[in-house]
Write a protein that binds this ligand. Structure first.
Ligand code: C5P
Length: 233
């Protein structure tokens, strides 16, 4: 079982997240803790989720001077998480420092993933912050910089997956949100792809939130996502 589905634990409180996890099997999925839940419940909750044998993607998207990011990454890795991320736009020195901070963890180190261009930013938004190029070009540029700085992969939208998979080495990890089956509500996601299609396009891990967290039977829905992935793996 390759555990390609990462469930986004977008909850207001640790109690809500833990009672949701009571209903899930850590052998069948991984989970993502983002800024909302981490701000509410912090490192203690992450430790508790790790103690329940779930692989945790700590999605805090660090972006600061290299020394600060490296220190934060080291402390985060101490929590026993499986994956961490930083903004690739923090630059090569920041990314390389973050990656180096994981060396002491040896083969047990968490994967380190870059965030390229937030999908909420369009061409106009980039221009306003002094980056007058197409978002796709910027995504690709930052993905290469992330790879050259020693990162394990990037988070990318479903729309970017095919291109990045064609450009980057097979072992460069692609993590993709915006995943929906035809029967799922898209919510605020504008462009979505199905789980099988995302894997076929070259994604390694799929971040799925509301379709599973708000399902009547999260475990059954997870099994359906896993079957869709298995049908093309
Ligand atoms: O509920 P839903 O499946 O839309 O959740 C997707 C998760 O992936 C959320 O935690 C969201 O913040 C995250 N994400 C995203 N799009 C990005 C980056 C992260 O939806 N470009």
């Amino acid at each position: 079982m390759s555990k390609n589905i990462i469930i986004a634990l977008d909850f207001h409180s640790g109690d809500q997240a833990l009672s949701f996890l009571d209903r899930l099997d850590p052998d069948l999925c991984r989970v993502k803790v983002g800024k909302e839940l981490f701000t509410a419940s912090g490192p203690q909750l992450v430790k508790e989720i790790v103690a329940r044998r779930f692989d945790v993607f700590l999605d805090l998207k660090f972006h600061d001077i290299p020394n600060t990011v490296a220190s934060a990454i080291s402390v985060a890795a101490d929590l026993g998480v499986w994956m961490l991320n930083i903004h690739a736009s923090g630059g090569r020195t920041m990314m390389a420092a973050a990656r180096k901070a994981l060396d002491p963890f040896g083969d047990n180190r968490p994967l380190l993933i870059g965030v390229t261009v937030l999908t909420s930013l369009a061409k106009d938004d980039l221009e306003q912050i002094g980056i007058p190029i197409n978002p796709e070009e910027q995504v690709s540029k930052l993905a290469f910089l992330a790879r050259d700085s020693g990162l394990d992969g990037v988070v990318c939208s479903a729309a970017e997956t095919k291109l990045l998979r064609a450009q980057l080495p097979d072992d460069f990890v692609l993590v993709t949100p915006g995943i929906r089956r035809p029967e799922d509500a898209s919510g605020d996601q504008k462009r979505v792809v199905g789980p099988a299609e995302a894997i076929q396009n070259g994604s390694n891990y799929l971040v799925v939130g509301r379709p599973i967290t708000r399902a009547e039977s999260p475990n059954e829905t997870l099994l359906a996502f896993n079957s869709a992935v298995a049908s093309v793996s």
